[in-house]
Design a protein. Structure first.
Lengths: 466, 482
C-alpha cells in the first residue's frame, strides 16, 4: 500500500462503504442462521428475533459510524470479520439455549435464562469499549507510555484468581474472579496487558537483545540485564498459570513471548531456544503434574476411557463425525451432548451442525483476520505499532489453533475460549479491544502522511519515540 | 521486523492447513468409524429417527415402528408383546437391543451393505430412510399354545419341523413385555428394566436356547442310538438291568427309581429299558460301549457346539476324558452333561427325520424396504446322526414309551406320537427338572418338540411324563391342526 505524500486525503480509498456492505451481509446471514436454528429445533420462529436483530444492527452500525468518524482510514475488513464471528457465535449459543430449554422442560425444571441474550449484552459492552478505545486512544503510540504499568496490571490480573474470597475455581481450574453475581476471567485481559508490555519493552530493548549477547553452550544469549524483565514476566505468567492449571493460556502466552521476541530481534535463535524450552517444560509438566499426564494420555488414547476422562473429547469427535461434510443443519444435530458446548467446545457445535464446510468458512475468516493483522503490522509506521499489531495477530492465530486443534484432537486438549465465538463476557470484550487496537493502528498506517513524513528506517524509530 | 512477520504469516497458514487436514480426516475419512463406535448416542438416536423395519410371523408384524409425536419420530411397538418377547427381543434406548432386534439390526435399521442402493434412492427421492423386514418361521398357534400351557412356570418349549429345521415355536417362561423397554419415556424404561433385573425368575433369559440343563433320561435316546449304531445291538437285544448298579472304582451304587430290577434275571431288552426309563440298564450299556462312542454320537446330534439360528444358542456339553463311574452317570444324562432345550428338540427331530438332523433356523427370509427378498433360508443338513435303520428302531422305542410307558400323557387320539420322558436330578436337594421330547406323527413327522419345566414338583420319573408331556402334546396338536 503506497501512501501518496502530498495528495489530499479525499483521494485515498477509505472503503467505508465496502465495510458497511459486508456488515449488512453479516447481519443478514446471521439473522437467517438465528431463524434456521429455531425452525430446525422447535419448528417455530424465535420469539426474540427482532430484539436480537435490532440490537445487533444498532451495535454494529454504531461501531461502523465510530470508525468513520474516528478512524476513517482503517482496514475495512476488521469490523465485518469480527462481527461475523461474534454473530455466528450468538446463533450457535441461541441454538444450544433451545436444547437447554427443552431439557429443562422435560425434567420439569424452570427454563434457564437464555445465554444468547447474555452474550448479546456482552457484545454491547464489547462494542462500547471498542468505540471508547477509538474515541479515547487517538494514537496507539500513547500506549507505549504504559509499558510497565501494563506489566504490573497483567501480572496482577493473573494472580487475582488465586486470592481468597474473590478467586473462584470453576471446573477444576482456578482462573475466575467472582464479584457479586458477575464472574470474570482475568486471563483474557492479562493477555492484552502482556502484549502491550512486550511491544513497548521490545521496541526499546530489541537492539540490545539482538546484538549484545554472551555465548552459553554454543547458543548466543542476550545479556542478563536485557533479559531480566522479560524473564520475570515469563516466569511469573508461566508459574501462575501452571499453578492455576490453565494449560491453554500458559501455552498461548509462551508462544506469544517467543514469537514476538523473534519478530523484534529477527534472530532465529529465539525460536530454537523457545522450542527447547517448550519441550523441556512440557516434559517437566508431564512428569510433575497428574493432570498434564492425563490430558496427554487422553489425547493419545481417547477410546480407552470414553465415558470417563476422555468423555469431552470423545463427545466432541462424535459431534464432528455426525456433522460430516455439510453438517446436520442448524437445530437438527445434538451438539448439547458435548460438555461445555457453548464455551470451549463451540467449534464442535459448529462442526456438527454446519459441517466441515461451516468450519472451513469460520477458519478462513480467522485466517483472513490474522492476515489483515500481520499486514497492518508490516505497514505500521512505527516499530511499536508493528510489534503491537504483530502481537495481537499472533495471539488470534495461536488461540484459534490451540482451541480448535484441541477439540478436534490434533493436539492435546487445553481449555481456551474460541475468540468471538465462545460464550463468555471477558473473552468477548477482550477480543473487541484487540480489534479496536488493530483498527487504530491500521488507521494510523493508512492515513495520509503528515507534512514531514517520519522515516520508516527502523533504526531511527526509537529516536522518534523518545 | 517485516521479514519475521511475513514468515509468521506463512506459519499461521501452515497451522490453518494442519487444522483443515485434521478436520477433513475426522469429519470425512474417519467419520464412519466414529459413528459406529459403541456408546455413540447420536447413532442410537438417529436409529430412533428412522422407520425401523418390522419383524413378522407370516404376514403379521410382531415388532413394528409406528410414527409418534414427541422427541423421536417413531416408537417401536410389539403388538403381541410378551408372546414373542424372546424372539423379537427388546429395542431400548438405554439398554441396547436383544433377540432379533440385535442380531438382525443391520437389516431392520437399513444400514446393511446390501441395502446401499435403497439408501441412495431414498436419499435422492428425499424420503426418510427405512429399514428392511425379517420374517420368522414361527407358527402363531404353536407359540400361543406353548405359552398358555407353560402357565407362567419357569420352563421352555421349542418346536421344530424335523424335515427342514425351521423353528415353529420358541417360548420361554416367564416372559416379559418388550413394549415397556422400548418406551420413549426414559423413566418407564428404567423402571421396567430394574423390575426385570430384580425378578428372581429372570424373565429376560431365553430358556429355550440360552440356558443349559442336565438332560436326564431324555439323553438315554443318545446312549441307545450310540449302542445301536455300533451294530452289536438291536432293540431286542437283552441288556443287564439290575435293581441297583455298582459303579466301578467305587462303593457307590446307582439305583433304579422304583428299587426294582428292569426285567427277570436282571435282564431286559433295550426297547423295554427305554420304555420304563431304566437307569441301571442304560448306565451299564454306557459302560460297555464306552464314553468315546457316546460322545461321538452326542456330537453328531449337535452337542459340544453352538447354533446360530441366527440368535446364538448356548453350547450343549457332553464331557470327554472322564472316568468309568462318570461315564455311567453321563450315559443317563447326569453328571456334567448339559443340554439346551433346542438341542434335545434336535435329537428328537433327527430320530424322526430318518437320522438326518437339519440345521435349525428361526429366520425364513429378510426383505429390503422395497419388499424384494434379500436372503431366504434354504434348509440344510447338519448331520446324518444315525442310519435310517437305527432311527427307525429308536422311533419304535419312543412309540412304546407313549403307548405303554412313561409318556402316556403325550398321546394324541388318531395320531401316533413318539416320545421320551426325562427327570433331571439337580442335586443340592433341589427338585428335579421335568423333561419331555417327542415328535408326531411317528412316521414322517411334521413336528418335533422339547419341553422343560424347571424344578418340577415330583422326585420320580413320573414328573417328566406328568408335567412336560401334556405341554408337548398340546403344542404338537397345534402344529398338526394347521
Amino acid at each position: 500500500m503506497t501512501n501518496p505524500v502530498t495528495v489530499a486525503p479525499t483521494n485515498i480509498k477509505q472503503r467505508r462503504f465496502a465495510e458497511l456492505f459486508l456488515l449488512v451481509l453479516t447481519i443478514v446471514i446471521s439473522t437467517a442462521g438465528y431463524i434456521a436454528a429455531s425452525l430446525g429445533y422447535t419448528n417455530a420462529m424465535p420469539t426474540d428475533l427482532w430484539l436480537v436483530v435490532g440490537a445487533c444492527s444498532v451495535l454494529f452500525l454504531t461501531a461502523h459510524l465510530a470508525i468513520r468518524k474516528f478512524a476513517p482510514y482503517a482496514d475495512p475488513l476488521l469490523l465485518p470479520l469480527a462481527a461475523f464471528l461474534n454473530l455466528i457465535g450468538l446463533v450457535l449459543i441461541h441454538r444450544l439455549d433451545l436444547a437447554d430449554a427443552a431439557r429443562a422442560e422435560r425434567a420439569g425444571r424452570a427454563i434457564p435464562r437464555a445465554d444468547a441474550i447474555a452474550q448479546l449484552t456482552w457484545t454491547a459492552v464489547g462494542i462500547i469499549l471498542f468505540v471508547a478505545v477509538l474515541v479515547l486512544l487517538r494514537d496507539h503510540r500513547i500506549l507505549q507510555r504504559f509499558t510497565y504499568t501494563a506489566l504490573v496490571l497483567g501480572v496482577t490480573l493473573l494472580v487475582l484468581p488465586l486470592l481468597p474470597f474473590i478467586g473462584t475455581s470453576i471446573n477444576g481450574a482456578r482462573l475466575w474472579l467472582r464479584v457479586g453475581p458477575l464472574s470474570f476471567q482475568p486471563a483474557e485481559m492479562a493477555k492484552l496487558c502482556l502484549i502491550v508490555f512486550l511491544a513497548g519493552y521490545l521496541v526499546v530493548k530489541r537492539d540490545a537483545l539482538a546484538t549484545a549477547r554472551s555465548r552459553v553452550l554454543g547458543v548466543d544469549l542476550p545479556r542478563g540485564r536485557d533479559l531480566g524483565p522479560l524473564l520475570i514476566a515469563w516466569v511469573a505468567s508461566m508459574g501462575v498459570l501452571v499453578f492455576q492449571r490453565d494449560l491453554g493460556t500458559a501455552l498461548l502466552f509462551f508462544g506469544l513471548f517467543i514469537l514476538l521476541l523473534y519478530v523484534a530481534t529477527e534472530r532465529r535463535s529465539w525460536l530454537l531456544l523457545g522450542s527447547i524450552l517448550f519441550v523441556a517444560g512440557a516434559g517437566l509438566a508431564y512428569f510433575a503434574f497428574g493432570h498434564v499426564q492425563q490430558r496427554f494420555d487422553v489425547w493419545l488414547h481417547p477410546f480407552s476411557d470414553p465415558n470417563g476422562t476422555a468423555f469431552q473429547i470423545v463427545q466432541s469427535l462424535f459431534g464432528l463425525a455426525a456433522g460430516g461434510v455439510l453438517g446436520t443443519g442448524l437445530g437438527l444435530g445434538n451438539p448439547q451432548f458435548v460438555p461445555f458446548a457453548k464455551t470451549d467446545f463451540i467449534m464442535a457445535t459448529a462442526g456438527e451442525e454446519l459441517g466441515l464446510a461451516g468450519l472451513v468458512v469460520i477458519l478462513m475468516i480467522y485466517a483472513v483476520l490474522a492476515q489483515r493483522g500481520f499486514r497492518i503490522a508490516v505497514s505500521a509506521r512505527d516499530a511499536f505499532g508493528t510489534l503491537l499489531a504483530g502481537g495481537l495477530s499472533i495471539v488470534i492465530v495461536l488461540q484459534v489453533f490451540i482451541v480448535v486443534g484441541g477439540v478436534t484432537r490434533l493436539i492435546p486438549l487445553t481449555g481456551l475460549t474460541t475468540p468471538f465465538l465462545s460464550y463468555g463476557g471477558s473473552s468477548l470484550v477482550a477480543n473487541w479491544i484487540i480489534i479496536a487496537l488493530l483498527v487504530r493502528i491500521s488507521d494510523g498506517a493508512r492515513k495520509p502522511a503528515p507534512p514531514v513524513r517520519p522515516s520508516r528506517d527502523e533504526a531511527l524509530t526509537q529516536v522518534v519515540q523518545l | 521486523m517485516n521479514n519475521p512477520l511475513r514468515k509468521l504469516s506463512g506459519f499461521a497458514a501452515v497451522l490453518l492447513i494442519a487444522l483443515l487436514i485434521n478436520l477433513t480426516y475426522v469429519q470425512v475419512f474417519n467419520a464412519n468409524a466414529l459413528r459406529q463406535k459403541p456408546g455413540n448416542s447420536r447413532t442410537v438416536l438417529s436409529e430412533y429417527d428412522r422407520q425401523r423395519g418390522p419383524i413378522t410371523v407370516g404376514a403379521k408384524s410382531i415388532a413394528t415402528s409406528t410414527p409418534t409425536q414427541g422427541q423421536f419420530s417413531y416408537v417401536r411397538t410389539y403388538p403381541e408383546g410378551s408372546l414373542y418377547a424372546h424372539t423379537t427381543g427388546y429395542y431400548s434406548l438405554l439398554y441396547g437391543a436383544s433377540g432379533l432386534e440385535r442380531v438382525e439390526n443391520s437389516i431392520l435399521s437399513g444400514t446393511d451393505d446390501r441395502l446401499l442402493v435403497d439408501r441412495l434412492s431414498q436419499l435422492l427421492a428425499g424420503q426418510a430412510p427405512k429399514g428392511g423386514s425379517v420374517q420368522t418361521t414361527l407358527l402363531p398357534d404353536a407359540q400361543r399354545t406353548a405359552l398358555r400351557e407353560l402357565k407362567g412356570r419357569r420352563g421352555a418349549v421349542l418346536a421344530i419341523d424335523p424335515s427342514t429345521g425351521a423353528i415353529l415355536a420358541m417360548v420361554s417362561s416367564p416372559t416379559f413385555d418388550p413394549n415397556q423397554l422400548a418406551s420413549p419415556n426414559v423413566a418407564t424404561e428404567r423402571e421396567a428394566w430394574s423390575k426385570l433385573q430384580n425378578d428372581e425368575d429372570s424373565p429376560l433369559l431365553n430358556r429355550s436356547i440360552a440356558q443349559v440343563y442336565p438332560p436326564g433320561s431324555t439323553f438315554k435316546l443318545v446312549t441307545a442310538a450310540a449302542a445301536l449304531s455300533t451294530g452289536k445291538y438291536t432293540k431286542k437285544t437283552l441288556i443287564y438291568g439290575p435293581a441297583s448298579l455298582k459303579l466301578p472304582l467305587s462303593n457307590n451304587r446307582l439305583p433304579n427309581q422304583n428299587g426294582k430290577a428292569c426285567g427277570t434275571n436282571n435282564k431286559t431288552t433295550l426297547e423295554n429299558a427305554i420304555r420304563i426309563s431304566c437307569n441301571t440298564a442304560l448306565a451299564n450299556l454306557g459302560l460297555v460301549i464306552g464314553n468315546d462312542v457316546i460322545a461321538d454320537q452326542a456330537e453328531k446330534f449337535g452337542f459340544n457346539q453352538s447354533f446360530d439360528i441366527p440368535l446364538f444358542s448356548a453350547t450343549s456339553v457332553y464331557p470327554r476324558d472322564i472316568d468309568r463311574p462318570q461315564t455311567a452317570l453321563s450315559a443317563i444324562g447326569q453328571f456334567d452333561v448339559r443340554s439346551t432345550v433346542l438341542q434335545m428338540a434336535l435329537v428328537a427331530a433327527g430320530i424322526g427325520n430318518q437320522g438326518v438332523v437339519m440345521k435349525p433356523y428361526l429366520v425364513a427370509q429378510t426383505r429390503g424396504p422395497d419388499l424384494a427378498v434379500l436372503d431366504a433360508t434354504t434348509p440344510t443338513v447338519f448331520s446324518q446322526a444315525v442310519s435310517a435303520n437305527v432311527a427307525a428302531q429308536l422311533r419304535d422305542m419312543m412309540v412304546t414309551v407313549v403307548n405303554r410307558g412313561t409318556g402316556r400323557r403325550a398321546a394324541i387320539p388318531g395320531i401316533q406320537v413318539a416320545g421320551k420322558t426325562g427327570t433331571a436330578q439337580q442335586g443340592n436337594g433341589k427338585p428335579p427338572h421335568a423333561w419331555f421330547v417327542s415328535f408326531a406323527p411317528a412316521k414322517n413327522p411334521k413336528v418335533a418338540v422339547a419341553v422343560i419345566i424347571e424344578d418340577g414338583d415330583g422326585s420320580t420319573e413320573i414328573s417328566g411324563g406328568r408335567l412336560a408331556a401334556p405341554i408337548a402334546r398340546a403344542v404338537m396338536e397345534a402344529v398338526l391342526n394347521q
